[in-house]
Design a binder for this molecule. Structure first.
Ligand code: PMP
Length: 401
């Protein structure tokens, strides 16, 4: 026996398991639609031109490798908060925010939820959309934070279930926390419309529920970072003191660099300072301080006007390619003579599409056509390219008719 003989085997990560099965498949037609990372039209990882330019500029600066401050560089946190809340946001001007760099979006969620377990003095219950990103409940489980679900996705329309969501939210106990995907909902690709966000903001305010936004895809949904920040800014305008997790994995393609941020809006500068003091203690005992490289790239892009312009164009180019693949996929399935309604493919937004395919159809797609995706029928539209879109459309037609 060893010191670890009592450890049991844990289940593999669902999404990474799909990629492994894809890698083992030797068929040249194989397609991986499981991966949650952007691919260019050649199916390759994409290094944004703005990121390249930022890297070159950083290289010339010959920066050292000293530690970052515990909460990250202020130059970084100020800029990322402005990107989320808007440059003229009053909450930033009055410095009532506490913003720290985190280990990308996951790190922001983990830190934020851990902070809740320790310092939140109301109903420690996290309400999540059904369905939601698998890591949301998992992080809560790790922290022993109870979590529940509110209705979000309507299986019949493949769209947002406004009535169900409003009804469920109106029954959430006061003081609870509601988790909201700011844009490009994962896994469904279904976002509330602007008028619907306004209604959600109202009911959440009336019921005294605390909103925690997860914004992992700012710019990825519509191609505009301001448009995609609509929900967050609407809530702030309506007087909510939100919490916000941000990630630059997708919108800057900085996946492995782990650049993200966590913001608490605290109402006034004094309580922001107190929250900051406690967040720093929490960070100090977990990983001491955040990594520099990705944050430096983000800071360079957001602070140099030409780079920022280039980046906005880069984000738009990614969003546009995804939108165009949605159109081609839908046209391909319909063009093959499929009689079902596929409008949701183009109505949904962001990296993912919830196709409506059931587990049997997904299994067929993988077994007969070498197309890999999660059992819930979610496809990563970023995995589709002009080369494989017809093949995927044909296959989806075949397994659904
Ligand atoms: N939230 C959601 C909804 C996501 O889809 C992701 C990425 N898969 C994240 C957070 C965080 O990703 P990362 O830690 O890479 O920033």
């Amino acid at each position: 026996s060893t010191w670890w003989s009592s450890v049991s085997m844990g289940p593999p990560d669902v999404i990474l398991g799909i990629t492994e099965a894809y890698k083992r498949d030797t068929d040249p037609k194989k397609v991986n639609l499981g991966v949650g990372a952007y691919r260019d039209d050649e199916g390759k990882p994409f290094i944004l031109p703005s990121v390249r330019q930022a890297e070159e500029r950083l290289h010339c600066k010959m920066l050292n490798h000293e530690y970052a401050p515990i909460g990250g560089e202020a130059g970084y946190t100020d800029l990322v908060a402005q990107l989320a809340f808007g440059e003229d946001s009053p909450v930033l001007k009055e410095k009532s925010n506490c913003t720290v760099q985190t280990l990308s979006g996951t790190g922001a969620l983990r830190l934020g939820l851990e902070f809740i377990t320790k310092h939140y003095n109301q109903t420690k219950e996290i309400w999540m959309p059904s369905p939601t990103w698998g890591n949301h409940p998992q992080i809560c489980n790790t922290l022993n934070l109870p979590h529940k679900q509110y209705r979000y996705y309507d299986k019949k329309t493949h769209g947002f279930d406004l009535c169900g969501a409003m009804e469920d939210i109106s029954k959430i106990p006061a003081g609870s926390i509601i988790l909201l995907h700011a844009c490009a909902h994962n896994p469904t690709g279904v976002d509330p419309k602007k008028e619907e966000w306004i209604q959600l903001s109202q009911v959440i305010k009336d019921k005294k529920i605390f909103p925690f936004f997860d914004m992992a895809y700012q710019g990825f949904a519509t191609g505009s970072v301001d448009n995609d920040a609509f929900a967050v800014r609407q809530f702030v305008n309506d007087g909510h003191q939100v919490m916000l997790a941000q990630s630059f994995a997708k919108n800057m393609g900085l996946y492995g660099e782990r650049a993200g941020a966590l913001t608490f809006l605290c109402g006034d500068a004094e309580s922001a300072a107190k929250v900051m003091s406690q967040v720093k203690i929490m960070i100090r005992t977990m990983y001491s301080n955040p990594p520099l490289y990705g944050a430096r790239i983000v800071q360079e892009i957001l602070s140099v006007p030409e780079l920022k312009q280039q980046w906005l164009a880069d984000v738009k180019s990614m969003a546009d390619r995804i939108i165009s693949m949605r159109q081609q996929l839908r046209a391909g399935i319909e063009g093959a003579g499929n009689k079902q309604n596929w409008q949701h493919i183009t109505d949904q937004i962001g990296m993912f599409c919830y196709t409506g395919l059931n587990a049997d159809q997904v299994a067929k797609l993988t077994k007969d056509h070498h197309i890999y995706l999660t059992k819930d029928g979610r496809i990563s539209v970023a995995g589709i390219s002009s080369k494989n879109v017809n093949y995927v459309a044909e296959a989806m037609h075949k397994v659904t008719s």
